[in-house]
Ligand binder design. Sequence first.
Ligand code: SUG
Length: 445
Amino acid sequence: MITEINIDALVGPSHHFGGLGVGNVASQQHAYRTSRPREAALEGLRKAALVASLGVPQYIFLPPPRPRFSWLRELGFSVNSSEQLSETLHTTPQAFSAAFSSAFMWAANMATVSAACDCSDNRLHVTPANLISSWHRAGEAAERTIDLNSLLSSLDSYSIHPQLSAIVPLRDEGAANHMRLCDTTGKIGINIFVHGDDPEPGTCDWKFLPRQTRAACEAVARRHQLDPQRTFYLRQHPVAISAGVFHNDVIATSHGRLLIHHELAFHEGQSELLRLDDCFQKATGAPLLRIEILTSDLPLDEALRSYFFNSQIVTPRASSLSNPAPQMVLISPQQCAEIPSTRRLIEQLIASTENPIEEVHYVSLEESMANGGGPACLRLRVPLERDDIDKLPRQLRLDRQLAERLSAAIERWYPESLELADLCDLSFAEELSQVSNQLQKAILL
Ligand code: SUG
């Protein structure tokens, strides 16, 4: 039996709005707004604690160190005084913001992960995403490779590959553009990769640079040794990308044998989707539960405002024999409860007996949402055997005690609010390293 663990990445104390998300309308709209790092971290932690309370194995990665002054130096900036930092902010705000970025919080972009049972060598394969499309995210792969190694090092067999080369044709944003469908045991898996680039470069007039290329998807599938017969490639719809759908997980979602996608998720995807339905049926002996949401039921702009497709779907564990768990639970952004079309859609999904979703939890993630990240963006799924889960380091597993300790550290040490100009104060950089120490303590206790 395969169980999905979730890894969430704690929001960092320098969380701010830098307007750097390529094709990410929310990030652009909220550029330079005052941020609330404390609330951002607490919101993310509460969401992860909710998932843990449903019996899903939940792990936490701490924020990597910020600021990245070495990177600013590499770009020729001097960073020895607050005045110099202030000058950097004014001349090149993108580089400045990137040095303090907390975008590592969106763990769905950390890596693409393949279950060992899907790979011909029977090893779990992981490729950290190179995230080369934007100013602020490319440095994350090296940092998260260390964290992933620490989490997985006690497993008997796994491969963490180097990130794909940092060249434009290999733009990779990880699990946000990958979906794994499987049977009820989790042992028979089908992998779907979603890319945004056009087959013949230059044929399409993009408003925003598509962040994932087909070449990157194919390279990941090859190195992970996935069965080509059970691997699918779908192309994101250009209309959706131009409207602000910068990752597939903003327009489609999946869990187990359930796939929910918008009518405008994929470009000319019909024949590939029919082949997918057929392949799933043949491989697992059961039909794929594929739900296509029409524009007439959910217009694209409401899909984006609500982030409905970024709802997280989990299989809870029963707390006792007399208290059976719902088959699947939806964790949706609060916005979905407020927008009538998505509220109705969720009510219909729960009422219908034709899909396994039986419950919804609405979560408030205002700070993350304002930067274009919903519940599913904040987690990376790793499909593992139960025995392997037992081997993972206990101190990274989120239980009530760890959640309380982290929450207390955040309340005590994180700034309540932050302007970009506050980051120019050199003493703030020292404070950030103290916060890191306090979070480490909370984990190691
Ligand atoms: O890469 N936002 C992130 C949001 C990532 C959401 N992840 C998934 N869909 N899986 C991004 O665009 C904004 C940062 C800023 O502007 O300060 C940002 O990076």
